[in-house]
Design a protein around this ligand. Structure first.
Ligand SMILES: NC(=O)c1ccc[n+]([C@@H]2O[C@H](COP(=O)([O-])OP(=O)(O)OC[C@H]3O[C@@H](n4cnc5c(N)ncnc54)[C@H](OP(=O)(O)O)[C@@H]3O)[C@@H](O)[C@H]2O)c1
Length: 289
């Protein structure tokens, strides 16, 4: 298959690149904004047609959740209008589209894991634009699969794991919120799930994917430091109102993965197991406990 991966320099895009080596039977076109700006609908359409693309995996997005509150136009172009253009381009040539979305389409007032049937209700600019993008994709492309994920980290790019490793070594104390609950997701695990969907043929619809298990950002930080052997930094639990952020965050955004596990027949690792793999890669195995 001829596969276009957009946003290929990001966390998920890089994990897709790494895993593509294992799926060498396909021809890949890894692009980021320099090669293909997904906001340029004409360029997207031309690229898809000229290269005989049969499947698009959209890893590009505006992901700076707090900055999005002040950059709503740019965020909307990337997360809402650009996916519409990708969906049109796919539909025009009968290609499939795997589009990645977020747990932030929910407001986080639930107390049980969110299934795909729960009505979204975002409470941030980022969440609103991602939901608008989902709706465009579903309306415009018959062969579209939307995968909502959460708390993504990777050895690539900037993310929470890398920040906590750095702060753990720089500081003696660190406060992290303990009243926001979700599930960390190693982008390499999400890439595995995307390849499972590619191999089995895209089954259209909305799906939830994160790693298994549940934790707070505080628990996540404690685990990151433990796995990296950082013992000189005391991590304390904070309430959300003690750590003000520009964009509101869902207090509870655990995703129910039953549908994707049944559809693709996949097993998903527990978040601590995957975190250990990522920290080992980041730390070169030497400090892993
Ligand atoms: N990160 C999370 O915690 C999280 C959580 C839930 C869901 N998600 C979703 O998961 C997906 C992947 O996220 P990620 O963390 O891998 O994102 P990321 O690391 O921010 O990567 C996004 C990539 O898209 C590129 N890009 C920006 N504008 C572009 C354009 N106009 N055309 C083409 N590429 C462009 C970015 O380049 P620049 O860096 O140069 O801008 C970057 O390389 C996204 O859909 C995101 O919404 C992420």
């Amino acid at each position: 298959m001829r596969i276009l991966v957009t946003g290929a320099n990001g966390q998920l895009g890089n994990e897709m690149r790494d895993l593509a080596v294992k799926y060498a039977q396909h021809t890949y076109f890894f692009t980021d904004v320099q090669e293909l700006d997904i906001c340029d609908a004409q360029a997207v359409q031309a690229f898809v047609a000229e290269n005989g693309i049969e499947l698009i995996v959209n890893c590009a997005a505006y992901t700076a959740v707090d900055k999005a509150e002040d950059n709503a136009d740019l965020c909307d172009r990337l997360n809402h209008l650009a996916p519409a253009g990708l969906a049109d381009a796919a539909e025009r040539v009968g290609a499939a589209l795997i589009h990645v979305s977020t747990d932030y389409v929910f407001d986080g007032t639930a107390h049980v894991p969110y299934t795909e049937e729960v009505a979204p209700c975002p409470n941030s600019v980022y969440g609103c634009t991602k939901l608008a993008g989902e709706r465009e994709v579903m309306a415009r492309c018959r062969r579209a699969m939307i995968i909502r994920t959460a708390w993504l980290y990777s050895e690539y790019g900037n993310n929470f794991v890398k920040t906590m490793l750095r702060l753990g070594r720089e500081r003696e104390t660190l406060g992290v919120v303990f009243d926001q609950i979700g599930t960390p997701t190693y982008a390499a695990d999400l890439a595995e799930a995307i390849f499972a969907a590619i191999e089995q043929g895209v089954t259209p619809g909305i799906y939830h994917f994160s790693d298994e298990g549940v934790c707070s950002w505080y628990d996540f930080t404690v685990a990151i430091h433990r796995l990296a052997g950082i013992s000189t930094c005391k991590v304390s639990p904070l309430h959300t109102d003690e750590y003000p952020a520009k964009a509101p965050r869902p207090h509870y955004s655990v995703l129910d993965k039953t549908k994707i596990k049944r559809t693709l027949g996949i097993d998903i690792p527990h978040w601590e197991e995957s975190l250990a793999r990522c920290v080992a890669r980041l730390e070169g195995d030497k400090n892993l406990h």
